[in-house]
Design a protein around this ligand. Structure first.
Ligand code: MN
Length: 160
């Protein structure tokens, strides 16, 4: 009797702990203030980013649209959208887009970037500014993302 009571208490404690730890953390106030769109939660794809980013999916069917928010200095790894065109609609702060072999391009609210399929690139914040863009995926049949190496400190030092 005593054993089973102890076990039930332990299970309740474990259950309570797992509920408390479940789910990614919500974006901080600075992230919420960069854009009129909700900043969401810690980016589930954060392993492919340097620094802290947040994601809120706005549309999940047919043409996925997500709001991506980058803390100052945060950028995603070099990556390639296979069989998918990505459109970046800049909504807040200051950031950069760079295609492999080209100079980084500064991005400000209202800027639009069309990333062609099969193009190695990265996007992210300026060193001293939060940054947000909507990401629109126009995915063809069999579309996939290929995540490559992080943007090195040397590569990132080209941006101001
Ligand atoms: Mn991209």
């Amino acid at each position: 009797m005593r054993k089973s009571t102890w076990l039930a208490a332990a299970l309740i404690a474990l259950g309570g702990f797992s509920v408390g730890a479940a789910g990614p953390a919500p974006a901080p106030l600075e992230a919420q203030q960069v854009s009129v769109f909700p900043a969401g939660v810690e980016n589930p794809y954060g392993q492919y980013f340097t620094g802290q980013s947040y994601l809120q999916m706005l549309v999940t069917k047919d043409v996925p649209i997500g709001n991506v928010t980058f803390a100052p200095g945060c950028r995603n790894n070099w990556h390639i959208h296979h069989r998918s065109k990505q459109i970046l609609l800049v909504t807040g702060g200051r950031g950069y887009y760079q295609e492999w072999g080209k100079a980084p391009q500064e991005l400000l609210p209202g800027d639009v970037v069309e990333v062609p399929p099969e193009t190695k690139h990265w996007h992210g914040a300026a060193p001293d500014s939060w940054f947000s863009h909507l990401s629109v995926e126009v995915a063809g049949e069999g579309a996939s993302n290929e995540w490559c190496e992080p943007v090195s400190e040397e590569q990132y030092s080209q941006v101001k």
